[in-house]
Design a protein around this ligand. Structure first.
Ligand SMILES: Cc1cc2nc3c(=O)[nH]c(=O)nc-3n(C[C@H](O)[C@H](O)[C@H](O)COP(=O)(O)OP(=O)(O)OC[C@H]3O[C@@H](n4cnc5c(N)ncnc54)[C@H](O)[C@@H]3O)c2cc1C
Ligand code: SF4
Ligand code: SF4
Length: 406
């Protein structure tokens, strides 16, 4: 059975995660990652401990037990990568580990527009394959699932949705709630995304797939089977309006989805997927896929310092109001730097992107919503940006009595 609920418009500094549409919309005050997030608290309730804050890679990737380069032995057609997320949800339903999965299908009128669904049969999971661009109120569907009587539930979500789901988890009181997350960056409204597709192709309606790859190319697939790879450098970013990426997505602070039980991305995967197993529930889920999945050690090469510094310079120029068309293209500097062969790869590439996102969030918050910094930026993000000379100002830090890692 598949249930859907009507979708309403997007609002500023809100990604319409769904909390505002639940029976108690005032819960946004405590459930929103843009208001007063408390990552240490939810790391403890979710993983049993906070991330390590010393020299540990957990400063970048959040709490984890294992990480792998991963791919399904038989990739699923229509999936974003090999389909690890879809297959995992199918197995959860096939084996009766959960009664329902809440994930994103597409709007029937627009394949790029996300639409949450509650799925109770493994064979229906295929409608959720692939990335959509935009926001949709998936957390409301958690409440709906509870109302429908589902007790053992899995949810697939991006970080701003997963934060809210964790905040409501205790109240919703499911017998079992498994959260499969993906990293997320540079999301935008579906309308803006269509504009971007229109700049990439004369026939944007024929584009069926888009992904930013770790080889510094964007891969496009077309309905006639054609595949096109565009170097980041040649993307028409200077033709995009200044507000193409909403403030929400330029300032969010949990790129790696640190509150999911298992995270499935690609950044450290050197051309394959990247699995972050965060806790025992994540471990159990990964075990379910054992016969079908290839797991390998992650690689790491290159040095990220130069590209991240170049990126930071350009974010500062953009935040200072320099028009995008005249701004040196941040990707140009990354690309030029990596071409000679020292480019960050694997874990180093993932760290570079995570630092870039942290830098972008702090700089954009300072220029657009400085009053938000104190409550929105967790201490691990300050630790990441400090390497590049970004120090928190006094008014940007929480009082010691408030919740931080240290
Ligand atoms: C907006 C967005 C940005 C991303 N950015 C990064 C990134 O910067 N780095 C990185 O490593 N990975 C990123 N990812 C994750 C990556 O693109 C893949 O989705 C992930 O690696 C899983 O691949 P798969 O083949 O296993 O997924 P599939 O089996 O194809 O399943 C995809 C799943 O993604 C969910 N989904 C699709 N679109 C949305 C959406 N708009 N909102 C919420 N959920 C959605 C669906 O519920 C579905 O279950 C991003 C994903 C999204 C949705
Ligand atoms: S909790 Fe969700 S719905 Fe509420 S303000 Fe935040 S993003 Fe928007
Ligand atoms: S970039 Fe951040 S705010 Fe935007 S959709 Fe992704 S997780 Fe949410």
């Amino acid at each position: 059975m598949m249930e859907t609920i009507e979708i309403a418009p997007y609002r500023d500094l809100c990604t319409d995660c769904g909390v505002s549409r639940t029976k108690q919309p005032k819960r946004c005050a405590t459930a929103c990652q843009f208001i007063q997030p408390n990552y240490p608290q939810f790391e403890i309730t979710t993983h049993g401990r906070v991330r390590e804050m010393g020299d540990s890679d957990e400063v970048f990737f959040g709490t984890y037990l294992q990480m792998y380069r991963a791919s399904l032995k038989k990739p699923l057609e229509g999936a974003q990568w090999t389909g690890i997320i879809t297959r995992l949800c199918e197995v959860l339903l096939e084996q009766g580990i959960v009664d329902a999965v809440i994930a994103m299908s597409s709007d029937p009128e627009d394949k790029w527009r996300p639409q949450p669904v509650i799925i109770s049969r493994a064979e229906d999971m295929q409608v959720c394959r692939g990335m959509k661009m935009g926001y949709a109120p998936i957390v409301q569907y958690l409440e709906q699932a509870k109302d429908l009587g589902y007790q053992r539930v899995a949810m697939v979500g991006i970080p701003c949705q997963v934060y809210a789901a964790r905040a409501l988890e205790k109240e919703l009181d499911f017998e079992k709630l498994l959260i499969i997350g993906s990293p997320c960056s540079d999301n935008t409204t579906t309308e803006n995304f269509h504009h971007f597709l229109g700049l990439l192709s004369q026939k944007p309606e024929e584009i069926t797939y888009l992904e930013f790859k770790a080889n510094y190319h964007v891969e496009l697939r077309f309905s006639d089977g054609r595949i096109q790879e565009i170097p980041f450098l040649k993307l028409p970013l200077s033709d995009l309006p200044k507000d193409f990426f909403p403030t929400t997505c330029k300032t969010c602070v949990d790129y790696v989805n640190s509150l999911s039980d298992i995270t499935v991305g690609y950044m450290a995967g050197t051309g394959e997927q990247w699995l972050i197993i965060r806790n025992e529930r994540g471990q159990e889920m990964a075990k379910l896929l054992e016969p079908e999945i290839l797991l390998e050690a992650l690689e790491s090469a290159g040095n990220r310092l130069g590209p991240v510094k170049g990126f930071m310079k350009n974010v500062e120029l953009a935040a200072g109001g320099l028009p995008l068309q005249r701004m040196p293209n941040f990707l140009r500097s990354i690309f030029a730097w990596v071409m000679p062969r020292f480019g960050p790869r694997g874990l180093e590439f993932a760290k570079a992107r995570i630092e870039m996102k942290a830098i972008e969030s702090v700089i954009h918050l300072r220029s657009t919503a400085p009053h938000k910094i104190k409550n929105m930026v967790p201490s691990h993000v300050w630790k990441l940006v400090r390497t590049y000379g970004l120090e928190p100002r006094k008014e940007e830090l929480k009082d010691s009595r408030e919740s931080t890692y240290s």
